[in-house]
Design a binder for this molecule. Sequence first.
Ligand code: APR
Length: 251
Amino acid sequence: MDTPLPDDLIEALRTTRHVAVLTGAGVSAESGIPTFRDAQTGLWAQYSAQELATPEAFHRNPRLVWEWYASRRERVTTAQPNPGHYALAKLEARVPRFTLITQNVDGLHLRAGNSDPIELHGNLMRARCSVEGTVFTSWAAHETVPPPCPNCGALLRPDIVWFGEALPSAALNRAWTAAKSCDLFLSIGTSGVVEPAASLPRIAYNRGATLVLINLDVATSVGPRSFYLNARSGVVLPALVSAAFPQPASA
Ligand code: APR
């Protein structure tokens, strides 16, 4: 790995009481899943994600939106967690307290072994009734698209938080609590433009946590008690976690 890891960062990770991690699309990019600011490809090249991920788009053309999410679900199903995901699962096992907050909806943190990621924006592998809100992890194929809710017949919709919709309050409260109580906050693979997730690193920093930013954007100037690693998460996370915890976990 060509990005040198600062010794004080390794020490901060090794000695942390409570590390909180916020992940974005950049963590899954190395599993072949396009980020949100990547241009759409194929059938969806004429749309931006932001145009499709809205209640208005679903109301206007539920079939188009449902099929966009179905194509993303299919892509995720064939994708695999990458070394960055596995490094975060290893980190959870090695620190006293660990909170993973993700904006990603691909479920790859769960598949990599993290036990309880806070899914701020929902999960592609779930659908919910557009009227009752009942959540489903499986549903029968149906000649109408989107399929009807098995309970009430209303349209099923992806269990995703769309632009303009409120985030699940329980998830958001858990994320805020973690940002306020952690002593180390890692913000990884996110452009930090979508609220309220974008405020979490600042909340943690203002409460005295050490802040670590990892992405591929133009270098951000960071203050004291913070680090900026312009590196691929799939490379720098395994290196960072192995440097902080070189021994295998004790049985
Ligand atoms: N390693 C680390 N960072 C990466 C990598 C990588 N391999 N590849 C891309 N990045 C970084 C980019 O530098 C950028 O900062 O990941 C970030 C991707 O930014 P976005 O595409 O904006 O994704 P994200 O920040 O997750 O978007 C947040 O916006 O569209 C909404 O709800 C959607 O959850 C999404 C939210």
